[in-house]
Ligand binder design. Structure first.
Ligand code: ATP
Ligand code: MG
Length: 280
């Protein structure tokens, strides 16, 4: 019992979302193993074809899109105003977030031309918009955005080059209520995403100094990062108000809610449709 799957078999079984126990199986000889592979592949393909049929006759939208809709409707119902800002971000706005050549995140930025990049985060555009809304609207001012963000990443299973961020923020709340508000906003999103088991953890962040992360209890996966102000970064925008904000990764939320070892199943894709591999 010492023969493992071949690399190609293993890869195919992972695509078909086989469980860890299956992936760890060993065999006496190649004949036995190849037979087992054929049976398993057939089973997994049948499961995926059924899921694809269920999508067509049921929800008809990928989970990523459905989760976005649920969260947008929830936040709007809770008094948050949705904003929709460009995916292209100027170098100057990143610099205002202190993301310049000497910053760890700078290396991860995709530049489109000299002065424009694919946004690695939503915060600079939210700051830009909220500085005017704070002048125009009574407080508290609550806004959010959800949309694609891009980062060159070196680690695979929990990171994608293109992912979907939801960033919500609330400005002008009483200072002594900030922590409690972060807790309840995290609870709201976790509830709607179907993740009952999570905790909040203090972390040091490259951008915000210290953050309060929302982490999945099961495996410590970071689902979101929260922060509070007043904060030194606010000065670049001439903002002096109190605030709380959290940025969540939607693919991470799906991975935590549904299980699965790889983020790629949950993101934008031409190989998967709603988590189902199409080469079946
Ligand atoms: P990590 O430490 O896991 O790389 P981060 O702290 O760099 O994440 P943040 O800048 O805090 O990420 O971004 C907010 C959220 O966006 C994260 O909590 C995570 O859910 C999600 N996220 C960040 N980078 C990625 C990525 N490359 N792929 C998928 N989701 C991501
Ligand atoms: Mg973080």
């Amino acid at each position: 019992m010492n023969l493992n799957w071949t690399e190609i078999q293993r890869h195919r079984l992972m695509e078909l979302d086989a469980d860890a126990e299956t992936l760890a199986r060993t065999f006496d000889d190649a004949g036995q193993r190849n037979q087992a592979f054929q049976t398993l592949e057939k089973e997994r393909v049948a499961v995926h074809r059924r899921q694809l049929d269920a999508l067509r006759s049921g929800a008809r939208r990928p989970r990523l899109c459905r989760l976005e809709t649920v969260l947008v409707e929830t936040l709007v119902a809770h008094g948050f105003v949705q904003v929709s800002t460009p995916v292209l971000m100027s170098r100057g706005l990143l610099a205002r977030m202190s993301i310049t050549a000497d910053h760890p995140l700078f290396e991860q930025v995709y530049w489109v031309d000299r002065d424009k990049c694919l946004r690695p985060m939503l915060a600079p555009h939210l700051y830009y918009v909220v500085k005017d809304l704070l002048r125009l609207w009574e407080k508290p001012v609550r806004i959010f955005e959800v949309g694609p963000c891009f980062r060159k990443e070196t680690t695979g299973a929990r990171h994608a080059a293109e992912f979907t961020m939801l960033n919500l923020c609330e400005f002008g709340l009483p200072e002594d209520q900030r922590r409690q508000r972060l807790d309840s906003l995290a609870a709201l999103i976790m509830d709607r995403a179907g993740i009952p088991d999570y905790r909040l953890e203090s972390e040091t962040s490259a951008v915000y100094g210290s953050t309060l992360d929302v982490v999945a209890e099961a495996d410590g996966l970071e689902l979101g990062s929260g922060a509070m102000g007043p904060h030194p970064l606010d000065r670049a925008w001439r903002i002096a108000d109190t605030w709380v904000g959290i940025g969540f990764g939607l693919e991470r939320l799906l991975m935590a809610a549904e299980g699965g070892s790889h983020l790629s199943r949950f993101g934008r894709s031409i190989s998967y449709l709603d988590g189902v591999r199409l080469n079946i």
